[in-house]
Design a protein around this ligand. Structure first.
Ligand code: NAD
Ligand code: IPM
Ligand code: MN
Length: 354
């Protein structure tokens, strides 16, 4: 069986961490005959600046019809201040491929990288379900009298019955299937009395179908506070697009750093996109020092999506080994570069091969 994987390194450190993740995927592909076939796409700021291309519409059709997964680095470059290429490529894939679940684990692998005191890996093991196809991200709005003192700008938040219900249901389904004991739904329904009232009503209906799972609600401001004060309260969190973006950077930090945060943009059973949570990190790009572990963990999520959860577990174990033995990049206090950390991951994968 062949799995077609589209590879989009994108901008900045995306071009450094995606090759690292591909080394891991190629290694496992060769060892286990996974049938992974990669096709590389030159999409990102350089391409846009060169010929104006962001995301060719016919390519989106190919992604939908002929690929099993997309492996993406990051998009963002100061030479494209409008960020139009990220909108068309990344948000384009999320919206047009209907990747409604942005699955973002917050999983501490080693306590020494956690900025919170006295927390253990057992305390921080959370799965965030970020709604990924609507909310404030849909780009509905406008500007009137732009650039004048009387300017008006609007940006509309979209919450649909279908969209809200399916992400909440996905979170409960996941909790149910994975033995998670609670789901926390987070919104801002005290202030957002229309859109987030819909979240409240959908949540109460879906939660009632899962009486064995403990359901609770927190406003997103309190969620941020509680994630720092008492992360062990949380098992599964479900929230909207923007809040999910913000909360998962906070989560990335409490689990050990943005260089360790992986994600999947998923439509179950269809082509799905896997990427580190971090961006193109222009401040460190081009130096070969970016932490590849978030991209490597994302490659594990990709393999799990293709039916290999055992290989994801081995990748996670290899990453944990690097952290345990301080074989890490500079931002985590180590002295290895991107390539050396990747070598350490590959070496550990060899030790766990049957
Ligand atoms: P960022 O995540 O790129 O960087 C934030 C900080 O974390 C920086 O100091 C950076 O050096 C550090 N960092 C990030 N990843 C790291 C890694 N793997 N190893 C070591 N350090 C790492 O966020 P930003 O600076 O706000 O954004 C830069 C650009 O990336 C912007 O254009 C933004 O829009 C874009 N962005 C893209 C994505 C994506 O494509 N998925 C995600 C976030 C940000
Ligand atoms: C992320 C990023 C994106 C988002 C940006 C680049 C549009 O921050 O994937 O977390 O906000 O979703
Ligand atoms: Mn983000």
């Amino acid at each position: 069986m062949t799995h077609h994987i589209a590879v989009i390194p994108g901008d900045g450190i995306g071009m450094e961490v995606i090759p690292a993740g591909l080394r891991v995927l190629n290694h496992l592909n060769a060892a286990h005959g996974l049938g992974l076939e990669f096709e590389h796409f030159d999409l990102g700021a350089e391409r846009y600046l060169r010929d104006g291309t962001t995301m060719p519409p016919e390519l989106m059709v190919r992604f939908r019809e002929s690929f099993d997964a997309i492996y993406l680095g990051a998009l963002g470059d100061s030479r494209v201040p409008s960020n139009v290429h990220a909108k068309d490529i990344l948000l384009g894939c999320r919206f047009e491929l209907d990747l409604f679940t942005n699955l973002r684990p917050i999983q501490m692998l080693n306590a020494k990288y956690c900025p919170l005191k006295d927390k253990t890996p057992e305390d921080i093991d959370i799965m965030v379900f970020r709604e990924n196809t609507e909310g404030l991200y849909v780009s509905i709005g406008g500007q009137f009298k732009k650039g004048t003192a009387d300017e008006i700008s609007t940006q509309t938040e979209i919450n649909t019955r279908k969209g809200v219900e399916r992400i909440i249901r996905a979170a409960y389904e996941y909790a149910d299937k994975n033995g998670r004991k609670s789901v926390c739904m987070s919104d801002k329904s005290n202030a957002m009395r229309q859109g987030h009232d819909l979240w409240q009503r959908c949540w109460k209906e879906v939660a009632a179908e899962y009486p064995h799972i403990q359901s609770f609600h927190l406003y997103v401001d309190v969620l941020c506070m509680e994630l720092v004060r008492c992360p062990e309260r949380f098992d599964v969190i479900v929230t909207n697009n923007l809040f999910g973006d913000i909360v998962t950077d906070l989560g990335a930090q409490i689990q050990g750093g943005i260089g360790l945060a992986a994600s999947g943009n998923i439509h179950p059973g269809k082509v799905s996109l896997f990427e580190p949570v971090h961006g193109s990190a222009p401040d460190i790009a081009g130096k070969g020092i970016a932490n590849p572990l978030a991209a490597i963990l994302s490659s594990g999520m990709l393999l799990a999506h293709l039916g290999h959860p055992d290989l994801e577990a081995r990748i996670r174990a290899a990453v944990r080994h690097c952290l345990d033995t301080s074989q890490v990049t500079g931002e985590l206090g180590g002295n290895l570069n991107t390539e050396a950390v990747t070598n350490a991951v590959l070496a550990h994968l060899d030790t766990t091969a049957q």
